[in-house]
Design a binder for this molecule. Structure first.
Ligand SMILES: NC(=O)c1ccc[n+]([C@@H]2O[C@H](COP(=O)([O-])OP(=O)(O)OC[C@H]3O[C@@H](n4cnc5c(N)ncnc54)[C@H](OP(=O)(O)O)[C@@H]3O)[C@@H](O)[C@H]2O)c1
Length: 320
């Protein structure tokens, strides 16, 4: 099978190359799929560039230990492991393979895989595994979102943000989106009642929020604290630099201890129940998938270059 591999850290066009690999063999609890569509997440970018030095501890200090990057994938089951009960050959499925995704075939663990409803295309399904479930976990589990709450999404026009705005709306919240002015129409269309253009205004001056989902992590913890209601929750999903993360961890822990507010980080895990939850909403047209660009498989390095701009409106998808 063909796969995009990288042997050293660097820019997409310098280090990603198309190589021939043996087709993977599914373990007992896995399905093997022929992939029809992939989507990219910033996690793949960080692993390619190794720009976050801490990542090298797990990924390989000087060169990547695992030459094929992970990805969100959607395709057709071509083989099943001996202990798999929920899927059979021929099923249309989707999920995330954290370590070997950018290839024509990928294995998915049964507990992290979902059937794609007929109304949903492979391209749409491939956008969901990491981005949509991260939005769901941030709002529902970490954020404990309630009907009628004021919810702020910082980074509302990106891969996670476009799902987060719609899911928050689905849960009955009044959503304020933070994005650049050019994306205001998009986030309003998705259900945001208020929009803050971060190039003109910061969000700490507004009426306090019950829940902040921060996908950018570029504001000081003090400012997040000012923007929260007295019992509010702030979930930091992404962060712009290590200093901000450290500041959030330390000050956030102190504020969580000494006030009724909660400052939380998260590490999303993709599970079938959450995938099914989002797939149902998409197939009922209660929420929509926002795809910015679709690339051919051979153009994966170009797709990565666009990912690296951090300007995507919704998701970047690759098709076979
Ligand atoms: N903790 C976890 O479990 C977890 C899981 C998945 C992802 N993540 C992290 O979550 C973060 C977001 O992921 P993603 O997939 O949504 O990224 P993404 O799709 O690459 O985000 C792109 C978006 O970011 C927006 N943006 C850039 N600078 C901004 C700013 N200063 N203020 C507000 N918006 C800004 C851009 O909007 P404009 O063009 O309008 O500026 C663009 O729409 C990443 O750091 C990722 O690593 C964490």
């Amino acid at each position: 099978m063909k796969a995009f591999a990288y042997r050293k850290y660097g820019t997409p066009t310098d280090v990603l190359s198309l190589e021939e690999y043996p087709k993977p063999v599914p373990k007992e609890n896995e399905v093997l799929i022929k992939v029809n569509a992939w989507s990219l997440n910033p996690a793949e970018w960080h692993r390619l560039r190794a720009s976050i030095w801490m990542l090298r501890l797990s990924n390989g200090l000087w060169a990547p230990k695992q030459p094929i990057l992970g990805a969100d994938v959607a395709g057709v089951v071509v083989a099943v492991g001996g202990k798999v009960c929920s899927f059979k050959v021929g099923d249309r499925v989707m999920g995330r393979n954290f370590s070997v995704g950018l290839a024509e075939y990928a294995c998915l663990a049964e507990g992290k895989t979902a059937l794609i409803p007929e109304a949903i295309s492979f391209e749409e399904a491939a956008t969901i595994p990491l981005a949509a479930t991260t939005a769901l976990i941030a709002l529902r589990d970490k954020g404990q979102i309630q009907t009628g709450q004021r919810v702020l999404i910082n980074g509302a026009s990106g891969g996670i943000g476009t799902f987060a705005v719609q899911l928050a709306k689905h849960f009955g919240a009044a959503v304020t989106a933070v994005c650049s002015g050019k994306n205001e129409a998009l986030v309003r269309l998705l259900g945001s009642e208020e929009v803050i253009d971060y190039e003109r205004e910061d969000f700490s001056g507004r009426e306090p929020f019950d829940l902040i989902v921060d996908l950018i992590g570029n504001r000081p913890t003090q400012e997040l604290n000012q923007a929260l209601s007295p019992t509010g929750r702030c979930v930091m999903v992404g962060y712009s630099n290590f200093k901000n993360l450290l500041n959030f961890l330390l000050k956030g822990a102190w504020l969580s201890k000494t006030t009724a507010k909660h400052f939380l980080t998260m590490d999303a895990e993709t599970v079938t129940a959450d995938l099914d939850f989002v797939l149902n909403l998409v197939s009922e047209e209660a929420i929509q998938v926002v795809i910015d660009r679709v690339y051919d498989f051979s153009d994966i390095p170009k797709a990565f270059e666009y990912l690296g701009t951090r300007r995507a409106k919704g998701k970047i998808v690759i098709k076979s």
